[in-house]
Design a protein around this ligand. Structure first.
Ligand code: MN
Length: 490
């Protein structure tokens, strides 16, 4: 799936007062910094302007708003830049905004430093004036401070850039729904109009019959080509080739329909497979591996979040996947959650080579045994994220987890599985998650961090709740109560 070639713009603040020589130096250094930073950041940083007036700033903001490839602006003040001249521009800014409080020189040069040096190198002074106006305007922004060649600063800007790409992807998100939500389920519901207003998502429905029609038009040659891809990526552990070919047909048809509409995510439900022999299992899994988002039981919110978090990850398609909390291992001293889904777990989580298997699926209207990928999830620090509709507003809940190699082989479990320990511990973690209203569906990510999700939520202007190793149910209850009041006033 093609992710746009996003870029970020470097906008440097100054003023005319310093005269042409100083301004030439500022521009040359800013260009150099943008070029050097582009080599170490995940997206290019383009030097745009050394802004010296209200109109220059307003103009560059208008251009940034208009340019679809611009995923955000990074500002810095090499010199002092009186910030009343930033007001009109910033008031119109519709792109993510990061203020990089840095300095061209690393050390104060003992012999060289004089008043001229101080006038040229006064970011310590200029960045405070610049920070004030954004605070005064209550602008959502990321502040990163540090030397511009320091890896710690690079990491923070890189993380923010990926979150900003998540904003760009969110604003263009289109979700294709096959069938409605699973009957009677509450947490997968939500206000699609409010969501579109806030997050930009276009969530619409297509008939299962349209998909079946598309499937009937898939050729044997198309299926052969996809079968070759399956064989190259996965171990075939079934004799039932017809079931795999049927999944290939489903995948090709879903992909064609999504690509035709520009959709990056889809949902379906086992309650509406009318005209289909199998719930898409392998089909959904292999689509997720390509970066598409998916949500089971009509869960369009988790479908879109999966696509967004995948796009925020490494190379625009990181290890993030649709997940469901299934069952617990409550034995004292080794408490774990077991996550899986009926079929649809993305192979980006796999710690072992996925096997294609076919098994009977009792739930839903499967006429034939669906093919699916079976594997164990890998070890490592991860997060689970759940977006819920609180009525009039959205809440994003993120919990830190530690994934382990599943502690038992579970040879009769016919689906991919991931095992993890929730923070701060299983019981407290579950108490906190349930207190906050987190869903049974989540996006599990080894790639995107809680801090990136915090940045994303801030930029999207939605509530963010983070359950960490230090969270207690008491502190969380108080936090939720205060946030509820604050969001009602907002
Ligand atoms: Mn589910």
């Amino acid at each position: 799936m093609a992710i746009k070639n996003y870029k970020f713009w470097f906008v440097v603040g100054s003023q005319e007062l310093y005269g042409p020589e100083v301004l030439r130096t500022v521009e040359a250094r800013s260009r150099e910094m943008a070029e050097e930073l582009s080599k170490v950041l995940p997206y290019p940083l383009e030097y745009k302007v050394t802004a010296k007036s209200n109109s220059q700033i307003s103009d560059i903001v208008k251009e940034a708003n208009y340019d679809d490839s611009c995923a955000g602006i990074i500002t810095w003040c090499h010199t002092f830049s009186p910030s009343k001249m930033w007001i009109n521009g910033l008031a119109n800014l519709q792109k993510p905004y990061c203020h990089f409080a840095t300095q061209y020189n690393e050390a104060i040069p003992n012999e060289e430093i004089d008043m001229d040096f101080m006038n040229l190198n006064q970011a310590a002074h200029g960045d405070r004036e610049h920070g004030f106006i954004a605070a005064r305007m209550r602008m959502p922004r990321k502040v990163v401070a540090g030397y511009w060649k320091d890896e710690k600063a690079h990491k923070r800007i890189a993380d923010w850039m990926k979150a900003a790409v998540g904003v760009a992807v969110s604003k263009e998100m289109k979700v294709m729904r096959f069938g409605d939500n699973m009957r009677e389920v509450a947490v997968t519901e939500g206000d699609k109009v409010e969501t579109q207003l806030k997050l930009g998502w276009q969530v619409n429905t297509w008939a299962t019959g349209d998909l079946v029609k598309e499937m009937n038009a898939v050729t044997e040659a198309e299926i052969d080509a996809l079968m070759a891809e399956y064989t190259a990526s996965y171990d075939i552990a079934t004799e039932n080739t017809a079931a795999i070919r049927y999944q290939a047909k489903e995948e090709i048809a879903i992909k064609k329909m999504m690509d035709r509409e520009g959709c990056m995510a889809f949902s379906n439900t086992f309650q509406d497979l009318y005209g289909m022999e199998q719930l898409p299992g392998l089909a959904s899994q292999h689509l997720m591996a390509q970066g598409y988002g998916y949500g089971g039981e009509g869960d369009w919110k988790v479908a879109a979040m999966t696509a967004i978090m995948k796009a925020m990850g490494e190379n625009g398609n990181g290890a993030s996947a649709f997940m469901e909390d299934y069952t617990y291992h409550l034995v004292e001293g080794s408490e774990y959650s077991l996550g899986a889904h009926m079929l649809e777990v993305c192979p980006s989580l796999a710690g072992t080579k996925p096997r294609i298997e076919t098994h009977h699926l009792g739930i839903g209207m499967n006429e034939k045994d669906p093919a699916r990928l079976v594997f164990e999830g890998k070890e490592g620090d991860a997060i689970v994220a759940s977006l819920i509709d609180m009525g009039g507003r959205m809440r994003l809940i993120v919990q830190d987890i530690v994934c382990v190699k599943p502690i038992m082989p579970m040879p009769n479990l016919p689906v991919a599985r991931v095992m993890w320990r929730a923070m701060p511990d299983l019981a407290t973690g579950v108490e906190c998650w349930i207190t906050a209203g987190g869903a049974h569906h989540t996006v599990l990510s080894y790639d995107v961090t809680a801090s990136q999700m915090r940045d994303w939520a801030k930029m999207m202007d939605i509530e963010f709740v983070h359950i960490t190793k230090d969270t207690t149910p008491e502190k969380l209850e108080e936090e939720l109560f205060l946030k509820d009041l604050a969001w009602k006033l907002k």
